[in-house]
Design a protein around this ligand. Structure first.
Ligand code: CP3
Length: 358
């Protein structure tokens, strides 16, 4: 499938509607596209209203609700892409792990991986069987998004970040258990990472078949690794996820945080776009990954909590560093924070479009 061609628009419409997909391929655009990680979420009153009635997993597992939440930021802002409302962790449930979201605590795995036997007991089912709710949400969202000419992003967790949750059972400061397994049991580690990379890759392909027009891989924890460990113990597995996902024929974005010291490694995984956080200058990041890859980022999410003049100056500094080079997708360096004022998001989206007009 041709990601831009699949939309089949007249050239003038493509200039606006295809901004995001064109930038993924480093093609010229009329203005820099922008979308925000976690653009649907607690900072939006519409979302909080739904959350009073439903748990996060209820929203994710009910296609009509997941579609409705996906559309909330599309209705509220002029963002250039939607991201399907889902989470990176439900694929672990399909493999036999018990996932819960505990209020105020975040995700918890009740039966985390603790032994080599636990790894060998993981059974990855086909995505249609375990994650049909997200595939159906994608089909529903595409109908609404096509009417608004906004493309849809599907996503999955990268194998390392999935391993962190599967082994630690929740967020963890030092990832002691994960790193112990990686260092002490390399063969079992490889078997676990092979299973996770396959599950993530196949889920991504299924999302593209259901209608996702780009795919993002979230490696939120990979920056905790020494670059050497990333390269030898993790990169081959992310590369497998990318290779599987590539068969869908849509652009692939590989996002990680804390990756300033390993961007050249990330870039060899074969993604079309590398997502970077604010801990690196975007011009420096782009120099490291080279001009054959597009870049996404990288405003500090806290900048949306500053006075608008300050927010604007920081967004402008990013645009100035990039200098209208094709292949930049504006985003935050990580997800929108729950404390973010809705007006600041609207101003940022409009400012990026205006200030980057070609
Ligand atoms: O970006 C979007 O708008 C799409 C939806 C989306 C969610 N999770 C919904 C969600 C996406 C892309 C994710 C990815 C995700 N989930 C990641 C990778 C990105 C990142 O933030 O690092 C991770 C690590 C998770 C796991 C996860 N889910 C955690 C750690 C938490 C709790 C922490 C938190 O922010 O509350 C969640 C819950 C979650 N997933 C929320 C949302 C909107 C919070 C919502 C709520 O309680 O209503």
């Amino acid at each position: 499938m041709d990601a831009v061609g699949a939309v089949s628009e007249s050239p003038s419409q493509l200039a606006v509607q295809g901004r995001f997909l064109r930038a993924c391929r480093r093609e010229p655009v009329d203005a820099t596209p922008i979308w925000l990680m976690r653009q649907a979420g607690r900072y939006m009153p519409e979302y909080r209203t739904l959350r009073e009635k439903y748990g996060i997993l209820d929203l994710v597992k009910t296609p009509e609700l997941a579609c409705a939440v996906t559309m909330q930021p599309i209705v509220a802002f002029d963002v250039d892409a939607a991201i399907i409302f889902a989470d990176i962790l439900p694929p672990l449930e399909g493999m036999g792990l018990q996932l819960e979201f505990v209020r105020g605590e975040g995700p918890v795995i009740r039966n985390p991986i603790r032994t080599v036997a636990d790894i060998d007991a993981l059974r990855p089912p086909p995505p249609e069987a375990a994650l049909g709710f997200t595939l159906e949400a994608i089909r529903l969202a595409r109908r609404e998004l096509d009417a608004r000419r906004v493309p849809l992003i599907g996503f999955a967790g990268a194998p390392f970040t999935l391993a962190c949750y599967a082994i630690e059972g929740g967020p963890s400061r030092h990832l002691v258990r994960v790193k112990q397994l990686m260092m002490n049991e390399p063969a079992a580690w490889d078997r676990l990472m092979t299973k996770l990379s396959t599950v993530a890759g196949e889920f991504l392909v299924a999302q593209a078949r259901a209608g996702a027009q780009a795919l993002q891989i979230f490696d939120s924890w990979c920056g905790e690794l020494a670059p050497r460990d990333y390269r030898h113990r993790v990169l081959p597995h992310v590369t497998r996820t990318v290779e599987i996902a590539r068969t869908a024929g849509v652009p692939i974005i590989l996002f990680g945080t804390g990756t300033a010291g390993m961007l050249t490694h990330l870039n060899t995984a074969g993604a079309d776009v590398i997502g970077v956080d604010w801990r690196v200058d975007i011009s420096d990041a782009w120099r490291q990954i080279g001009s054959d890859t597009a870049i996404q980022g990288n405003l500090d999410p806290v900048a949306l909590l500053a006075d608008w003049d300050e927010t604007r100056a920081r967004a402008k500094a990013i645009l100035d560093q990039v200098g209208n080079r094709p292949g930049h997708i504006f985003n935050l360096g990580h997800g929108v924070l729950p404390e973010t004022p809705v007006d600041q998001v609207r101003r940022l989206v409009d400012f990026v479009h205006e200030a980057s007009k070609r």
